[in-house]
Write a protein that binds this ligand. Structure first.
Ligand code: RB5
Length: 143
């Protein structure tokens, strides 16, 4: 599985934590498109770069980070074929996969502690996409 990671300065520390965790699993290839230091950058630029990378290498998911997760999720959702959920707890992480079948999740580096974020990432990765009613609803918004 390939996961593209991207963060602005508000999400940098959480990105680093999640990257380290994913690498430790040994089954996931992480592709980090930055930022690489905690210097102010604009989350729309990070969103565009992450989406381009996902498409270029046919990656499975984008894990995106900003201060709240809000800005980068809005930016990602403006991009063709990117479906992003701003997840905020374990339940939203699981349901973002099961019901919404997103290919991107956003997390708030200033909102989440590292341990909770790792639980959320695991919940997302372990969940399965559900069909039936959820598939019909997703089709109504184009995917
Ligand atoms: C940057 O200060 C902050 O606005 C950004 O990380 C994010 O929270 C925006 O939604």
């Amino acid at each position: 599985m390939k996961i593209v990671l991207g963060a602005d300065h508000g999400g940098f520390a959480l990105k680093e934590c999640i990257k380290k965790y994913l690498i430790s699993k040994n089954t996931i290839e992480t592709i980090d498109i930055g930022c690489f230091i905690e210097e102010s950058v604009d989350y729309p630029d990070i969103a565009l770069n992450a989406a381009s990378k996902l498409k270029e290498i046919n990656a499975d998911y984008i894990f995106a980070f900003c201060g709240t997760g809000i800005g980068i999720s809005i930016a990602l959702n403006k991009i063709d074929k990117i479906y992003c959920a701003n997840i905020y707890n374990v339940s939203s992480a699981k349901l973002a996969k099961e019901h919404n079948a997103v290919n991107a999740i956003a997390m708030g580096g200033r909102e989440l502690d590292f341990d909770t974020a790792i639980l959320m990432v695991n919940a997302f990765l372990e969940a399965e996409v559900l069909s039936d009613n959820h598939k019909r609803r997703r089709a109504k918004i184009g995917y």
